[in-house]
Write a protein that binds this ligand. Sequence first.
Ligand code: 5GP
Ligand code: MN
Length: 334
Amino acid sequence: MKPIEEIKPLLESPKKVVITMHQKPDADAMGSSLALYHYLRRKGHDVTVISPTNFPDFLKWMPASENVLDFESALDKSLKALDGVELLFCLDFNHLGRTKNMEPYLEKLNCIKILVDHHLEPQPDFDYGLSDTTAASTAQLIYEIIYRLGDEHYIDNDIAQCIYAGTMTDTGSFRFASTSARVHRMVADLLERGLEHEYIHQAIYDNFLENRLRFIGHSLLNRMEVFYETNTAMMAIPYSDLKRFDLQTGDTEGLVNFLLSIQGIKLAALIIDRNSEVKLSFRSKGNFDVNTFARKYFEGGGHFNASGGRSSDSLDRTVQRFLKAMHENEDLLQ
Ligand code: 5GP
Ligand code: MN
């Protein structure tokens, strides 16, 4: 993979560009993709953003989110965008499998592929890229790339909002260890450029429907289990809960963090039966590596303190497998 700066000559004449991200995108996947979209459009490129799946309503305030194609529901338009594409940007994921149904189409593409990501252990087959696991967010990397290409004068309010949103959410509102001085300097720069950060916090965090809050209450009361001997807390959510509270994409985001707020808890696991498969989210505090844990037991990955995985077993069976894995890691969890 060649360094990202070397794409500079490629951007000097108008190109057909597609930007994509991981399935069920979060604010960082969507924010980094839309920040790059605005930047490349302002430079005169023909740019389409494709999300492998739908995305949460609480991201729909993002400037130009209405132009994002959902690969599943807008297949024809998406394939048209991929036809003859010259540059493919892959944002906020480390292997093509994270693009779900798009994977076979992306693999076949005969264009220049560029990775921008901050997850551990990226797949090697990209032409250009920036994989920086010390970055707090992929959105931060887009900001840094714009600077490295000498194009910071392109950073307008649309770009600033997208970059701020991705970084705010991936750092847990600027509290995780990844919130470096570099992040604070970037935010200071965005504020000096006129960004109104309060609006973004409200757009993302003060936009719940009542049922989402009631679901959280129900889950904390009825679905949470704490295993003090292994410093672990777990929540297993049956599909019937998702139906009962009429949950939409993104409504379970943040739930896993409640578990880590219990005194002494080092490992938090949220296990959700999504009907088609069981999805797992892991968070840890300190030196327990949930990237390795998700890879080893649940075909997943992510970061050292935040990762995810999947299982094709039933919810009960997945919970049993998780508990077995937890006990196998008892020593590391002390
Ligand atoms: P979340 O729990 O918020 O869905 O994901 C936490 C982190 O783990 C994110 O950085 C996400 O990209 C990553 N992640 C979540 N699910 C998977 C998965 O199935 N495979 C891999 N490789 N990473 C995942
Ligand atoms: Mn991210």
